[in-house]
Design a protein around this ligand. Sequence first.
Ligand code: ADP
Length: 368
Amino acid sequence: MSAISLKGVELEYPNGTVGLRGVDLDVEDGEFVALVGPSGSGKTTLLRTIAGFLRPTAGTVRLGSQVVAGAGRSVPPEGRGLGMVFQQHAIWPHRSVGRNVSYPLEMAGVPRSDRSRKVADVLDMVGLSGYENRNPATLSGGQRQRVALARALASAPHALLLDEALSALDEPLRDRLRLELRTLTRAASLTVVHVTHDRAEALALADRVVVLDGGAIAQVGTPEELVSQPASTFVARFLSDANLVDGRVGDGCFDADEFPFRVDLTRLGPTTPGRGTLAVLPGDIDLTPATTDGAGIVMSSLFGRDSSDVIVTQHGKDFRCSVRGIRPAVGDRVSLAVRRALFYPAPSEVDGERPTDMSCADALKVSG
Ligand code: ADP
């Protein structure tokens, strides 16, 4: 049985805005799931629906075997046994760290002696052992966020819901807390749903990532699956900054509609002839120096630790390339070669429109 299970969840706000549409999602016990998507895609709405602050218009939400929303039932947030941490650490400034952390235990009527032991345990888990009597005002932002995390953990929640919980922190602290959070949740086998606008953070932390688009799930998968096999051009673009090119797959190659751009089909894997969109990930383009007219021109070139982020314009189209090794300079002429690409047939093609046959002479290269 899944720790969290949503079936056919729809949510419409009172003003008619659609927050969620047809969401089916199972989060397994001990799994760390990240929710990502552009601003307004429904991440917060989905998290708040699981938490119980929002009531779905249709569908059901289960926590373990218990239906907490749906079928005329709605269990309030405090009855769901979930821990929550928000971006703005909602800790009380006038209470000591210990009192902050023990508050949910006091509310649950846990005896004082048990409370202090549990508080000490969770403070130890978040690396704040012995901080019970500290005034929160004397703590750093990162330490206050650890207090919020300790409080969420104190009542041994069934699952932890994190709403941009690390986003207010500066690097490199954020990086460190990210690692610690993952180590801690793994050691405690905690089920976590983590909302973040940070794609790299989602891919780095999560067992599975859920990509939302317009309130619906665009794809769910492991970070590896989402990066190597994005289900749509939207996912390829959103997660990996894929370059999208409309065109047609013919006999042996893909040709762009609007400018000379040709990719051999051996670079595409199994595909069907017809119209569609090619997605080329920035790391799948090789740049080599060129002198010919019609070659690409480097428009920007930003240094990166692992690879440089280079924009090349060719025939009026910008290509984003991730370049390892020597970084090209702005103004350099380069030719582009596509190592691997993914082809997404247009919806009408999937229904069986007849493709046009084409021949492919100079494959692999983007024609100059
Ligand atoms: P995200 O967290 O991905 O940025 P949200 O879940 O906040 O997205 O929003 C999803 C959609 O619901 C957006 O169109 C947003 O404008 C809308 N929305 C969010 N909160 C409300 C609200 N209280 N009333 C009406 N519409 C809302």
